[in-house]
Design a protein around this ligand. Structure first.
Ligand SMILES: [Mg+2]
Length: 262
């Protein structure tokens, strides 16, 4: 595929493209090995916020996906940058304990936080959602690490963090600041880090809104990978048209080794 062959670097979604339920998807390890062999720069752009960047890097390494911490752009990490840019407001968290390690530099306030941070969090109940609602009604801003609707694990689909943010937005009539995909700043920070323009890279993902449309908003071509949450009805019910398709990431080595990089 010409688009992929002529790209100088790649942006990859992680979950549903390289991994699923914490395991590498078929061909993922080989795909990463070919990228290294051909010296093709890449960044993982992931909305996964269950782990700190450091933990995520060692988790990936333990399943055979060797990458540097600096090659991982996670929504959790992006949230840290956003709170710094806001001038270090006081925070209350709806995120995992592991991700919280990245946020220890900020002051936690469970009485009247200036910002509430919502990411992947499995401890929601009525009391907690109502507490978050009350914070926002009392003036807290909502920082959403991402707005994912759902994702796929081996046992099926799972509701994602965006649904809880949407509930808070609906009840309070306030809008969250979103830092993960499809936020333009998120894509831009990866481009800047690589030193490439939007037309010099290609984004691969299994999410039409976060990955494909998010990339296309910045003129980055978006390739839909037909693994993870992909299903046929996905395209029919959307106006988003990917620039290309891969059956799975296992197809990547063949395409790039036939390209101009060799
Ligand atoms: Mg995905």
């Amino acid at each position: 595929m010409r688009l992929i062959e002529k790209a100088k670097g790649f942006l990859f979604d992680l979950d549903g493209v390289f991994i699923q339920s914490g395991k590498p998807l078929p061909g993922a390890i080989d795909a990463l090995a070919s990228l290294r062999a051909l010296n093709i720069p890449f960044r993982f752009l992931t909305n996964t916020t269950t782990q700190s960047r450091k933990t995520l890097q060692s988790t990936l390494k333990s399943i055979g996906l060797n990458c540097d911490e600096e090659e991982i752009f996670s929504a959790g990490f992006s949230g840290v940058q956003a709170i710094k840019a806001m001038g270090y407001p006081t925070c209350s968290y709806y995120i995992t304990d592991d991700l919280k390690k990245d946020y220890l530099i900020f002051e936690e306030d469970i009485e009247k936080p200036e910002v509430i941070i919502v990411g992947d969090y499995e401890d929601w109940n009525f009391k907690k959602l109502n507490q978050a609602f009350q914070y926002v009604m009392s003036g807290s801003r909502i920082l959403a690490l991402h707005m994912g609707k759902y994702y796929r694990v081996d046992s099926g689909l799972r509701i994602d963090a965006g649904a809880f943010v949407a509930a808070l937005e609906f009840a309070t009539n306030k809008k969250a600041k979103i830092v993960g995909k499809p936020n333009k700043e998120f894509f831009n920070s990866a481009l800047n880090d690589m030193g490439f323009g939007p037309k010099e890279v290609v984004m691969f993902g299994d999410d039409l809104i976060n990955d494909i449309s998010g990339a296309q908003e910045l003129d980055i071509p978006g390739i839909l990978v037909k693994t993870g949450k992909y299903h046929e009805g996905m395209l029919e019910s959307s106006s988003i048209i990917p620039n290309g398709f891969l059956e799975s990431i296992a197809e990547l080595p063949k395409i790039i080794s036939n390209g101009e990089q060799l």
